[in-house]
Design a protein around this ligand. Sequence first.
Ligand code: GDP
Ligand code: IMO
Ligand code: MG
Length: 437
Amino acid sequence: MALQIIVGAQWGDEGKGRIVDWFAANADFTARYNGGDNAGHTVTVGETIFKLHLVPSGIIHPKVVAVMGNGMVVNPQRLLEEMEMLAAAGIGISPARLRISYAAHIITPAHQALDRALEAARGKDNIGTTGRGIGPAYTDKATRRGLRVADLLAADFSERLAAHLESANAALKTLGAAPLEIEPILTEFTDYVLRLTPYVADTAVELDAALRAGKTILAEGAQGTLLDLDHGTYPFVTSSSTVAPGALTGLGLGLTAARDARVTGVVKAFQTRVGSGPFPTELTGDLALRLRGTGEHPWDEYGTTTGRPRRVGWLDGVLLRYAARLNGFTELAVTKLDILSGLETLNICTAYRPKNAGTFSRDEKLFTDLPFGPADLAPYEPVYEELPGWKEDVSGVRKWDDLPSAARDYLDRVAGLAGVPVRLVSVGPEREQIVNH
Ligand code: GDP
Ligand code: IMO
Ligand code: MG
């Protein structure tokens, strides 16, 4: 049995797609267990840059079977577009290689419209969602009126879809948003049903059989630990279980499937976030610009899904420890180390201290763990440890011992804060730009 869970340790965009692609060279399956096309996972192979939103990142390897698990929310239109994009790039897409759980939920244009209307209604308190309908689709799932992939196959699907659209239109009206025209959506979906039906499967049964047959499964998390619905910076989170245990429920696997699981926490060498919410180590000014980039490189910090500039800051070791505990990381994959090259000094946040004397009874107390999780980080400010930087360009390094000693020290400090070893260091976006330690 070999299950490996690859999960974001921060606020998403850690480079999970790139790390999944690296491990997929030796895997049989890759399986997404949460989220929908709010995700944007980049895989770079030579000149080709794949931006995957729904199809698991392992699909780029010809022998890997890609599974979309029951924990996902799937926009059929976006999925079909992505399948076409992949096929046009020469990636074989067939029911033998792409399996969609019958129990995943469907995102409709009404969910997208509701997402936008709800965000508009939140005004300055908006979450900064991706506008992809994620929250409304998971809301329908939780209130037990969602449409599932299996419903696409039902004889009365059109009626069920029409009923959903009518009730969404009523909700849109109360939010002051324009209702949707129902007929064209019903027609579009007739086409989606025909095209997607061959891919629908009981993926939980297939994954269970694969594990029993000794196959290797990579469970690919979307978003990151700090965007988890239960454990993230609530309410500035997404609506799914992003953490490693979510891989089991989101794929329909039992606890024993994870008995010897390798849990790889993907950590960017610095911290980024797109959308609203707390970010104690956030930087502004020149240093922020330096870490974000100006958009001239494909890897600069602009959202893969929405193109929004990402907020950037120093690595937050308090939140990394939190992520290590919640996920049960067995190892780390640190990405974008190359971006730190050339900085004179680097800061890592190793603890928080209360911001205002008087807010806490013990003013000088340092927190290395959070008393009540990360939802309210406003009372704290980060305590930094300063480490020396390195000048060398590391993008051509492939061996741990060839990294500058200051870079190794930085990585050792990151490992120390997480309490698990760094196994992979990514030094560039391309498949081969990796140090396997
Ligand atoms: P994901 O959502 O976690 O899969 O990450 P994204 O694909 O949204 O964002 C990561 C970005 O960084 C992408 O543009 C990747 O190609 C790029 N990337 C990943 N690893 C590295 C790295 O080690 N160095 C550089 N320069 N870019 C990287
Ligand atoms: P990947 O898989 C970074 C953020 C949004 C917003 C919040 C809620 O590429 O790492 P949603 O549309 O999910 O309701 O938005 O979550 N968000 C992401 N940020 N990477 C992602 O995915 C994200 N998916 C959602 O910006 O703050
Ligand atoms: Mg992304």
